[in-house]
Design a protein around this ligand. Structure first.
Ligand code: GUN
Length: 292
């Protein structure tokens, strides 16, 4: 069993991006600039946004954080989005989800200029991705593809079972892995809460992508010997043996699944770090106007 080391890969990619920034500086070009909008005090969102901003600093990108309390009005968030859309120095930006209940996430996502949508959530980017046109790919699926590519994992003709049909992970990764070319050409099964006999579906998988948000859900006896397992889950569970009283686990029961796999992503240290890195790759593409 080989660990798919998201920490190592993301460090390698960040070093490549930092070298690109050095080249840009030498030539007097524009430094990539990512902005992040954080609303409210969801602890996980704070951790994610801080990690995105810190990564920008590490590689020499410019970053801006726009923070508002959870009682901000929808109008004000729309105004923040409009300002970022119109700011020529900002190459790309994200609005961290989830948003407070009184704010319509769909309305906010639609208000983002798709040419700055480095999260790849806007329907223009999603539609272009689905049709194989140049687009900002959603960060987590893009990070997974990069991981498969850099570990040279064979995907052609493989049966991939995706657990979870969210707009930001399950649905886009199922589309991307079924596309022509590498990494892709998979036969994909997209499973969800109404799937009958989920363990039987997972047992047919050469590649499993778990993105359902239920801690340690996928068990060892569901997984075929030699499968590749990509665990997208980041769940905090109680653990009395830790000083903090809790620890992070994925959607996969690592201890029972890992011995059966050819490759598996750890949590933490797997897909999560690749998501941040993919966002940085998208920001460079936005700065270079590679997509639009
Ligand atoms: N919430 C959970 N994942 C993400 C992400 O990738 N981007 C944004 N904006 N919000 C999220």
């Amino acid at each position: 069993m080989q660990l798919l080391d998201g920490k190592l890969l993301s460090e390698n990619i960040k070093a490549e991006l930092a070298a690109e920034v050095d080249q840009i500086k030498l030539k007097g070009g524009k430094i990539p600039h990512l902005a992040a909008v954080l609303i409210g005090d969801n602890p996980a969102s704070q951790v994610y946004v801080n990690s995105k901003i810190k990564s920008c600093e590490q590689i020499g990108f410019t970053s801006t954080m726009v923070r508002r309390s959870g009682d901000v009005s929808e109008e004000e968030v729309l105004e923040i989005v409009a300002n970022l859309n119109n700011d020529p120095d900002v190459d790309g930006f994200i609005v961290q989800l989830p948003l407070p209940k009184h704010i319509d996430e769909e309305k906010i996502m639609l208000a983002i200029d798709y040419r700055k949508d480095v999260d790849g959530f806007h329907p223009v980017n999603f539609g272009r991705m689905a049709q194989g046109m140049p687009a900002f790919l959603p960060a987590t699926p893009f990070g997974i593809l990069e991981m498969l590519r850099r570990y040279n994992i064979e995907t052609s003709g493989k049966h991939c079972v995706v657990l979870g049909r969210s707009n930001i992970v399950g649905t886009p990764i199922s589309i991307l892995l079924s596309r022509k070319g590498y990494p892709g050409d998979c036969t994909v099964t997209l499973t969800h809460s109404r799937t009958q006999d989920l363990p039987a579906e997972v047992r047919r998988a050469d590649i499993v992508v778990a993105a359902i948000g239920i801690p340690q859900f996928v068990k060892g006896d569901w997984v075929k010997e030699g499968a590749v397992v990509i665990d997208v889950g980041i769940n905090r569970i109680p653990d009395a043996s830790r000083k903090s009283g809790s620890r992070l686990v994925g959607d996969v029961d690592f201890d029972s699944v890992a011995p059966r796999c050819s490759h598996i992503t750890p949590v933490p240290g797997g897909v999560g770090l690749m998501t941040v890195t993919a966002l940085l790759m998208n920001t460079l593409k936005a700065c270079r106007k590679e997509i639009y």
